[in-house]
Ligand binder design. Structure first.
Ligand code: MD6
Ligand code: FE
Length: 200
């Protein structure tokens, strides 16, 4: 299957509905600034999660999944229905996603090349949804020496990393300010849906 790019997967109306559900998620589980393992250097994105598990990172304990918000201590809010349906439709995976990481990018935020590899289950793909301003997404192979391809991710676009590309390096070079009016405050939201544990 590899990398799948599904431009315009969500219509504007669906984006608006999803954004409303995400506002409720962010009210219950506020965005926080994650920090890098060991160095404690803050990341430029702010993040939160929904679903039974959430991906978090901090200086002391590093990258991990946990069931509660690191600041409020409360369980993550439920994943919006639309995302569960989108996962089933696009991935056809036999089990539902367990984590939906919500990343908010302001005009200056970016994300270095990384692999999504903190999950037990690499058989399941990772599905991403972009909302708001367009971003320059770069994806390569498993080695930093492999060549990369560049994609412009617009609001409503979906990317799936599965199969041979499940562990491909990828990142966000930059966000193009003012390219979408979906978010009144500007910026970009990216959601990544993951299966964390192997289905029993
Ligand atoms: C982003 N995306 O689009 C960052 N990860 O802001 C990711 O890190 C990502 O797009 C796994 C699968 C698809 C992705
Ligand atoms: Fe990623």
């Amino acid at each position: 299957m590899g990398l799948e790019f599904l431009p315009g997967k969500l219509r504007r109306e669906q984006q608006v509905t999803l954004l409303r559900a995400l506002r409720d998620v962010m009210d219950e589980a506020p965005l926080f600034t994650p920090t890098m393992p060991r160095s404690g250097k803050p990341m430029s994105v702010r993040m939160t999660n929904c679903g039974p598990l959430g991906w978090v990172t901090d200086k002391e304990r590093g990258y991990r999944y946990q069931a509660t918000h690191p600041i409020t201590g409360r369980p993550w809010p439920a994943m919006p229905q639309m995302l569960l349906h989108l996962w089933d439709e696009v991935t056809r995976y036999r089990a539902p996603p367990e984590a939906c990481l919500v990343n908010y990018y302001d005009d200056d935020a970016k994300m270095g090349l990384h692999q999504d590899k903190d999950e037990e289950d690499f058989d399941a793909p990772v599905l991403s949804v972009s909302l708001g301003d367009t971003a320059i997404f770069r994806a390569g192979g498993r080695s930093r020496r492999d060549p990369t391809r560049r994609f412009e991710l617009e609001s409503g676009d979906v990317v799936v990393l599965g199969g041979e590309d499940r562990l491909a390096l990828h990142g966000i070079d930059r966000v193009l300010a003012g390219t979408s009016d979906l978010l009144p405050e500007g910026g970009r939201i990216n959601l990544t849906l993951r299966r964390v544990t192997k289905p029993g």
